[in-house]
Design a protein around this ligand. Structure first.
Ligand SMILES: [Zn+2]
Length: 305
């Protein structure tokens, strides 16, 4: 019986059923969001194990709470997510697809690479992608409450109305970095308490995790704002002047003004989490090489005298 329960398929199904029922009841997702969250969640549980799954769960729960946070105040001003903050399959795949791909790549890494560190690099990509999407969601859901007016990422001297696509604020940037820090801490706690659940080949790799997660969260979140400002379809609110992706703002219909009509927030999320993942791999691999290089010269220097 115990053997059956600890089988990853059985434990995964039980876990997804419990989390699915809870989040559906809390109205974090609609039916399409529930089904896609099940696919992403189960795949990450099976291929990435408990550590990777915990990161995904952190994203899912924290963004659900942040979306609900002061929802009424956000809805009143037109910043809120549509359909009462319930996320659909577009939101779930927009944020979950890239992490899922890296979780599968981590699992399959022995098949396509003889490098024993490949699983760790793929894990770096996974952390980078989850850190980016978490930072982006938390920063945009909470950053709206920043006291000062936000500024446009493509022109930092320009102050813009709240809720503008590509708007950034100090509060949002701080929250992005904090999200990265929390994600890094989760991985480090796993690495210390249950190292077999983290694909490191050397304990020193754990030292890379927090810089990796904070930097990817911060940079990925800003890449998201940049992509949004550059490509996303934009509508202008004729009441407050905000440039938004929402069809309604200040309780009036907005006017389409530009951007690529088919380039939605989902595509922006694919782009930024992909960039976050790429950066995560570079940091995981590059910094590691750098540390090894430093160690090499240190040994060289100390052996010469
Ligand atoms: Zn408005």
């Amino acid at each position: 019986m115990q053997q059956l329960l600890t089988h990853p398929v059985v434990s995964g199904l039980i876990l997804m059923a419990i989390i699915g029922a809870l989040t559906y009841r809390l109205r974090f997702v609609d039916v399409s969001g529930l089904i896609s969250a099940f696919i992403v969640g189960f795949t990450v549980w099976y291929t990435g194990g408990p550590a990777a799954f915990t990161l995904l769960l952190f994203f899912f729960v924290s963004s659900g709470i942040a979306t609900k946070f002061k929802y009424k105040a956000k809805a009143k001003q037109g910043f809120a997510q549509e359909q009462k903050g319930k996320r659909s399959w577009k939101n779930v795949f927009g944020s979950g697809l890239i992490p899922m791909i890296f979780s599968v790549a981590m699992y399959l890494s022995p098949l396509f690479s003889s490098d024993p560190n490949m699983a760790f690099y793929m894990f770096g990509g996974f952390i980078g992608a989850v850190a980016t999407t978490s930072a982006d969601t938390l920063a945009s859901e909470v950053g709206i409450f920043s006291k000062g007016k936000p500024r446009l990422i493509t022109n930092l001297r320009r102050k813009v109305p709240r809720g503008t696509i590509g708007a950034v604020s100090l509060l949002g940037e701080g929250i992005a970095a904090a999200a990265g820090l929390l994600i890094g801490l989760i991985v480090v706690i796993y690495g210390v308490l249950a190292p077999e659940l983290v694909p490191t080949t050397d304990p020193s790799q754990l030292l890379l995790i927090i810089p990796l997660s904070v930097l990817t969260a911060f940079i990925g979140c800003n890449i998201d704002s940049l992509l949004g400002a550059a490509f996303q379809n934009k509508f202008v609110c004729e009441i407050c002047g905000a440039v938004t992706d929402k069809h309604f703002h200040c309780s009036y219909e907005t006017k389409y003004i530009g951007g690529f009509k088919r380039f939605t927030n989902m595509h922006v999320n694919f782009g930024s989490s992909g960039a976050g993942a790429a950066f995560g791999i570079v940091l995981g691999a590059g910094l590691f090489v750098w540390i090894l290089g430093g160690l090499f010269f240190w040994i060289l220097a100390s052996s010469s005298n």
